[in-house]
Ligand binder design. Structure first.
Ligand code: NAD
Ligand code: TYD
Length: 351
């Protein structure tokens, strides 16, 4: 279809802003609607470069407000949805699980209900694309990878809420024939990530000579993907993916936290003209996260074989780019770490 009217939810957040930018720039004939309520994690600064584009419109709305979501479908006649809006931080889900059920589960249902109502169950050229996480699969031992057939086994309130929303999307596909795609991605990193997640938090703390709080023994493993490569995978799956299918997306790039943190410290020493080992002295082992998943690792061979996707940015390149972005965008970082951030930080790290 040449002229799509795509609703992207959560477009002011980290991954969403990269997806919105990609679609606005790459598809001038599409109308891109970015729906976001602007929680602490949503920031329109992320989209300054495209906010005047003719094919872009920002809609401030809460996916928990079903009446408002219905009315926006009526008004703007979306023909597809790329759904990223969510509460996304595991630590916050441990202190406030209900907020995650509301937005991640009920919010997703509100969007699908609106889509069904407005599309009147006539689903030609329609698509509900749900963005999910590898965390729904739970934790791996030393060996093995998550495939699309791995059973769901979520351990945190965050991953349980995402797993639940994935199940509802499938259920709407089976019960009401809602055309859907789900993709489950590994840990993203890159510009514009809120400094509560490991990489931006540690960059921020290194710059400010603050302790680097490593949970537990630091021997937890994550698979890291540069955010722009995730956005490209979403573009591909949206246009070429099979409906009613799931695609795992990952970086083929596993790191134990402590090794990643040492690499980060080394690069930061160089960039900040510090003596070798100076940043690493900030490493401080702190109390572990409850229910901390030991290892995530994605088998992304399905999307690779079927759609030809693979990450183009190596971890070394991506990490350099990410660090440079945070060093060059100090005002962005200062703005998001003022106000409520200080309260959050105190509560999270003074236990
Ligand atoms: P984020 O926290 O940076 O951004 C979330 C965005 O959603 C924010 O702009 C926020 O304002 C918006 N939002 C939250 N609640 C809302 C509501 N009720 N109504 C409207 N908007 C609301 O998150 P992110 O890291 O960009 O993640 C985006 C999506 O990708 C999420 O669904 C997440 O589960 C998934 N995901 C993230 C990662 C990762 O590593 N960050 C990995 C895999 C999947
Ligand atoms: P995070 O970025 O929160 O992503 P997720 O928990 O969704 O994978 O955390 C990545 C890893 O880093 C995870 O094993 C927890 C660990 N971690 C710390 O050791 N210290 C911290 O302050 C944070 C935020 C995370």
């Amino acid at each position: 279809m040449e002229n799509r009217r795509i609703l992207i939810t959560g477009g002011a957040g980290f991954i969403g802003s990269h997806v919105v930018r990609l679609f606005v720039n790459k598809y001038p004939a599409y109308n891109i609607y970015n729906l976001d309520v602007l929680t602490y994690a949503g920031n329109l600064e992320n989209l300054r470069d495209i906010e005047e584009a003719e094919n872009y419109k920002f809609l401030k709305a809460d996916i928990n407000d079903a009446v408002k979501i219905d009315s926006l479908f009526e008004e703007y006649k979306f023909d597809s949805v790329i759904h990223l809006a969510a509460e996304s931080h595991v630590d916050r889900s441990i202190t406030d699980p209900l907020a995650f059920v509301k937005t991640n589960v009920i919010g997703t249902l509100n969007l699908m209900n609106a889509a069904r109502k407005f599309w009147k169950d006539n689903f030609n050229d329609k698509l509900f694309y749900h963005i999910s996480t590898d965390e729904v699969y739970g934790s791996l031992g030393k060996a093995g990878l998550f495939t699309e057939n791995t059973s769901y086994d979520p351990n945190s309130p965050y991953s349980a809420s995402k797993a639940s929303s994935d199940h509802f999307v499938r259920a709407y596909g089976e019960t009401y024939s809602l055309p859907y795609i789900i993709s489950n991605c590994s840990n993203n990193y890159g510009p514009n990530q809120f400094p509560e997640k490991l990489i931006p938090l540690f960059i921020h703390n290194i710059v400010n000579n603050k302790p680097l709080p490593v949970y537990g023994d630091g021997r937890y493993t994550r698979d890291w993907l540069f955010v722009k490569n995730h956005a490209e995978a979403i573009d591909l799956a949206f246009h070429k993916g099979q409906h009613k299918e799931t695609y795992n997306i990952g970086g083929f790039n596993e790191w134990q936290n402590i090794d990643l943190i040492h690499l980060l410290c080394q690069i930061m020493d160089r960039k900040l003209n510090r003596k070798e080992g100076e940043s690493a002295r900030l490493i401080t082992y702190v109390k572990d996260r409850p229910g901390h998943d030991k290892r995530y690792a994605i088998d992304a061979s399905k999307i690779n074989k079927e759609l030809g996707w693979k990450p183009s940015v190596t971890f070394e390149e991506g990490l350099e780019k990410t660090i440079d972005w945070y060093l060059e965008n100090k005002t962005w970082l200062d703005n998001v770490t003022s106000g409520n951030y200080k309260d959050y930080y105190k509560k999270q790290y003074s236990r």
